[in-house]
Design a binder for this molecule. Structure first.
Ligand SMILES: C[S@@+](CC[C@H](N)C(=O)[O-])C[C@H]1O[C@@H](n2cnc3c(N)ncnc32)[C@H](O)[C@@H]1O
Length: 257
């Protein structure tokens, strides 16, 4: 029943500030239906009545709606471009660049940023803002403990330099942790700070409706300094960058004009 989902969307919006209407409907509905069925409920209405009172179930709901997979140096070739060409360009404009990892999940992306930046400037000067809508992933990001598989794409020398190994777990060293500030932020509702020199936003806008995505590109553009760079995920090419005052700097990198 379409009204069942619509009603659920509006109750969730009132309760959490999260507007599910801005996420692709078929995909989101499927994920949430399979969750409530697994829990033994038969409609979104019934599901919400329980969610409203049960924080544990609310956490499971948030976990299901936010897709949290991430890894260090995800799509490693792109991080090489960032290292070899984008960061030198940014540093020549501003030696203290303001950097934002938006929808950072469990921290692999902002920590990768700090590791790459450390090749160009002292760690003591690096500051990365990292945000996500989900408190659970932010808590994990602050702990900084990872299973080996999340390091598959990371260069060996970086793993050696910046992680402490304990059995099959790897903990990010404190001097890297100190460079990243984690904060809760909803890309679809909260204000964007800035001006930034670099915004990294990867593998989240694919879950949003076209309208929501376009509005976020406009907001990223407004939050970047002229010459600042937006780095997107490897399935998230922007086909009409000029619409947002961007020009292509490299594949999946856009420069604010
Ligand atoms: C697939 S992960 C991407 C992680 C990382 N950027 C990467 O590419 O590896 C998507 C993240 O987007 C977050 N997210 C979903 N909706 C969001 C919103 N409205 N505002 C901020 N973050 C959101 C989720 O919590 C999740 O951690």
């Amino acid at each position: 029943m379409p009204q069942d989902y619509e009603h659920f969307i509006s109750r969730i919006h009132q309760k959490t500030g999260i507007n599910l209407a801005l996420y692709k409907e078929a995909q989101m509905k499927r994920r949430l239906t399979s969750l409530y069925q697994k829990k033994g409920y038969s409609s979104f209405k019934e599901f919400f009545q329980v969610l409203d009172k049960d924080q544990q179930l609310m956490n499971e709901f948030l976990d299901r709606m936010t897709i949290n997979v991430s890894e260090f140096y995800r799509n490693a070739k792109r991080w090489e471009v960032l290292d070899k060409s984008i960061i030198p360009e940014l540093l020549s404009r501003n030696p203290n660049p303001k950097i934002w990892s938006a929808a950072c999940s469990t921290g692999e992306e902002p920590y990768t940023l700090a590791m790459v930046l450390s090749k160009h400037m002292p760690l003591s000067r690096i500051q990365v803002l990292a945000t996500d809508i989900d408190d659970n992933v932010l808590a994990k990001a602050r702990r900084g403990v990872y299973a080996e598989r999340s390091l598959n794409e990371a260069p060996r020398e970086m793993v050696k330099k910046f992680f402490r190994q304990d059995g099959s777990y790897y903990t990010v060293e404190d001097d890297i942790k100190k460079t990243v500030t984690f904060k809760k932020q909803n890309l679809l509702a909260d204000r964007f700070g800035g001006p930034f020199d670099l915004i990294v936003c990867r593998n989240v806008l694919i879950y949003f409706t076209e309208e929501a995505k376009e509005s976020i590109y406009h907001k990223f553009s407004a939050a970047l300094r002229p010459g600042g760079i937006l780095f997107v995920g490897s399935t998230e090419q922007i086909f009409n960058p000029g619409t947002y005052d961007f020009e292509t700097a490299d594949t999946f990198f856009y420069r604010k004009k």
